[in-house]
Design a protein around this ligand. Sequence first.
Ligand SMILES: [Zn+2]
Length: 317
Amino acid sequence: MHSARLLRTVPVLALSAALLPLTAASPAVSSTLASVGGAAAQVCEVATPGGLEVRTKPGAKAVEPDAAQGAGTDLLQGKEPTALSPAGSIRVPTYVHVIAKGPTAADGQLTDAQVAAQMKVLSKSFNGTSGPGAADTAFRFTLAGTTRTTNPAWYDMLPGSSAERQAKQALRRGDDRTLNIYISGLSQGLLGYAYFPQQGGNSNPWQDGVVVLNESIPGGAATNYDGGDTLPHEVGHWLGLYHTFQNGCSTAGDRVSDTPAEAVPAFGCPKGQDSCAKDPGVDPVENLMDYSYDDCMYAFTPGQAARMDAVWKAWRA
Ligand SMILES: [Zn+2]
């Protein structure tokens, strides 16, 4: 199931099929949050996948929404250009919501140390210390709180499911400028998913935030995806980044000028691969917005840092 982080791009109508097992869920659970029980009455609603971004393993049943893959209208179209914020100048309060299906580590319970290790990977990915050439961005993420919920009905939390809706409506904290991270079991080969700010942050506030597979945290069980890089990848989407292979070799690409064009997602770590031979540069397999293995990807570019900053100002600040 995991040989490459990829997932060829299959449209997400698989989404509705993927939801079926979850629709009847009724949370009978203990939770650290008093409000959780009140969410049980929500009925299943299939979300419009237009602003959704997913990261999956190869062979995943739930796949990348074509709306997010295709050309479409750029998030920044019609937005006024803004001056670049200084590195580290935007502080983002961050809540981590651990959702388990039972009392043990095998059920998805995480220790504070595991949460801290994941937050460290997130911090390094955005502060320019993750490796050679990594951009120092404007963003710093500060852990504002951790919640722990035991609820088998929410454990899968697939995009568009009633489980997702119930969990997020019960657990989400803050506003558009707050990052909510849900760490759960997912299923169907999903490593994580996120919504662009125009979808989650503005039109459907409860939906905002990122969801990552608990096996993808540092030291997790997801072979080749256990370095914690799914989280910064999804946060990149949360801040308006597209995949580096967005729009293939076309001019629009991922709307970032310093990420070489890429025809297809990278699987594994194919350094030197050049899938858009007529364009400058080889495929950016080291980039966090590709689909490479965790020990291969580590960096955002200065152009991506600038785009995230601009998207923040346009949609979240
Ligand atoms: Zn993605």
